[in-house]
Design a protein around this ligand. Structure first.
Ligand SMILES: [Zn+2]
Length: 94
């Protein structure tokens, strides 16, 4: 039987529940008794996207911006104001 993670949106209580996949999702929070439970597993990737997912999007878009900027003004050397760990790729020809 799979274990499902639930979180209560009313009191933020989190717990795991063994359930058959045929069972209905729980709604009532055992802590506060309100019907505010959401099931985290299955949609987990969607719900936790504020972590790694967001970062990845941000990373990609910043890369994209850099590329666009580089493309826009190829004659100007890249400013050093970016605080990325890696140095941005140098122009071809060095
Ligand atoms: Zn609750």
């Amino acid at each position: 039987m799979p274990t499902y993670d639930y979180e209560c949106k009313a009191c933020n209580h989190e717990f795991e529940q063994f359930q058959s996949m045929k069972d209905d999702t729980l709604k009532r929070c055992p802590e506060c008794g309100k019907d505010r439970l959401i099931r985290l597993i299955g949609t987990g990737a969607g719900i936790i996207f504020k972590g790694s997912g967001f970062y990845e999007t941000d990373y990609r878009s910043s890369n994209y911006k850099k590329a666009a900027e580089k493309d826009k003004k190829t004659t100007t050397p890249a400013p050093k104001e970016t605080k990325s760990k890696k140095t941005p790729a140098k122009k071809d020809g060095n």
